[in-house]
Design a protein around this ligand. Sequence first.
Ligand code: CA2
Length: 148
Amino acid sequence: MEQPLILVLNGPNLNMLGTREPEKYGSATLDDVEALCAETADELGLAIDFRQSNHEGELISWVQECRGTAAGVIINPAGYSHTSVALMDALFAVDLPVVEVHITNIHRREAFRHHSYVSHAATGVICGLGIQGYALALRAMAGIVAED
Ligand code: CA2
């Protein structure tokens, strides 16, 4: 049987992970996050399509295009979490389970990070657990897609 495909999206500036502000975001790079996701997905019998973009429209297009091919979306929308009604609308429209991940605990940070538009369209949200949040999101997603 074919493995369910999970789209794992990363928003702006996450390509700099591990190269700047390690005290905030840790020392793992985005390649390390991809390797963690690939290993976890393998263990769970899921396939992943792991992507990063600094462009809101590109993230939105990827969400739109995954309809019919993906079983779920895991997304760290980064700065767009707090600004993008358009990304939220795309996630609502695709009508798939969505797990939102943040490396940091956005509720312990500046007030403008406390609200995420994307959370309105998310099945669940994981924040503050570092890059392990991605692995936890995949575990949650495995349970969700098995129920569908
Ligand atoms: O905690 C998270 O995962 C965030 O989504 C990260 C975003 C931030 O805007 C959100 O409020 C919370 C920032 C991503 C920027 O990533 C960098 C990584 C290393 C160096 C500089 C930026």
